[in-house]
Write a protein that binds this ligand. Structure first.
Ligand SMILES: NC(=O)c1ccc[n+]([C@@H]2O[C@H](COP(=O)([O-])OP(=O)(O)OC[C@H]3O[C@@H](n4cnc5c(N)ncnc54)[C@H](O)[C@@H]3O)[C@@H](O)[C@H]2O)c1
Length: 281
């Protein structure tokens, strides 16, 4: 299973980061999105990021040229050229099942289909395809070019061969893969999202200001950033969605989202991407 060409579906925060990282690691990259504005933004973000990395001599001229050569497209028409598809579209189960059905129909038989989902069952996504043995979770962290971890999640039918190929690809992208089994939120969000939720409860109950809550976790627990600041970075809609999945699929009330989180998402205060969340940007 030699992987040379990676096709990324979804060019938002994560898709653009994955595209950049894959390109500077030597892969041929195609990045697809249905929203023209997302494609334009992704191209601009990648150009700025790689120009900065080049000026700091953290990437070479060749790597910058590879990032500049990413192909941005608005359809899946060329997906058959890819050896690996990484889906990083909006976190919505119905949308992902529909996307995987289309990918499965258009991609080559041997192509591995990975998803960057934060919480949706890999086994369920795989069931929307005719190749569940070749479907796997590849959960990158935000911001992708900087963060080392990729959680590699096996669905019930994922083959050893596919898992090995993905572990190798993560390493070739300069990442550290950690294997997890398919369970709501996997390892990372099973632990992280309840912590963020508790920080929102603390704010809702006026135990401290956002600054105070974040400072306690930074200075007292040695976290590099506070939970509310991190929630703004992830996107409050994403955090809310993951908590709803944890509550529903694990059947435990302890995962119920704080009301303030829901209210902020309803207001469109989604964090950095809308320039307003627990902080203003
Ligand atoms: N934001 C994070 O910190 C983070 C971290 C790890 C994993 N994830 C996961 O990564 C995925 C993407 O999250 P994001 O934060 O980049 O979201 P985002 O909203 O920034 O980007 C999602 C993109 O998907 C596109 N899209 C929607 N429907 C599509 C379709 N049918 N075909 C192609 N593109 C489509 C949208 O136009 C948008 O540009 C989600 O599954 C999320 O849970 C997010």
């Amino acid at each position: 299973m030699t992987i040379k060409h990676i096709f990324i579906v979804g060019a938002g925060t994560m898709g653009s980061g994955i595209a950049q990282t894959a390109a500077v690691s030597g892969y041929t990259v195609t990045c697809m999105d249905v929203a023209p504005a997302a494609l334009k933004e992704a191209e601009s973000v990648i150009q700025k990021s790689t120009a900065k990395l080049l000026s700091k001599k953290r990437i070479t001229e060749e790597q910058k040229a590879a990032a500049d050569a990413i192909n941005f497209v608005s359809t899946m028409d060329t997906i058959a050229e890819a050896d690996l598809v990484i889906e990083a579209a909006t976190e919505n189960p119905e949308l992902k099942f529909k996307i995987f059905k289309e990918i499965d129909e258009k991609a080559n038989e041997g192509t591995i289909l990975a998803t960057n989902t934060s919480s949706i069952s890999i086994t369920k996504i795989a069931a929307a395809t005719s190749r569940p043995d070749k479907v796997i979770g590849m959960h990158f962290m935000n911001p992708v070019p900087l963060m080392k971890l990729v959680e590699v999640i096996r669905g019930i039918a994922t083959s050893d061969e596919v898992t090995e190929a993905i572990v190798h690809t993560c390493e070739a992208m300069g990442k550290t893969p950690v294997e997890a089994n398919d369970s709501p939120g996997f390892i990372s969000n099973r632990i992280l999202c309840p912590m963020i939720n508790e920080a929102v409860f603390a704010l809702q109950e006026n135990i401290g200001t956002p600054e105070a809550i974040d400072q306690v976790m930074k200075l007292g627990m040695n976290h590099p950033m506070g939970p509310l600041f991190l929630a703004d970075l992830i996107g409050l809609d994403v955090v809310l969605f993951v908590l709803e999945v944890l509550q529903r699929d694990l059947g435990e009330d302890k995962y119920r989202p704080a009301y303030l989180l829901r209210k902020m998402v309803d207001a469109g205060y989604l964090g950095r991407k809308t320039r307003r969340g627990f902080y203003e940007y």
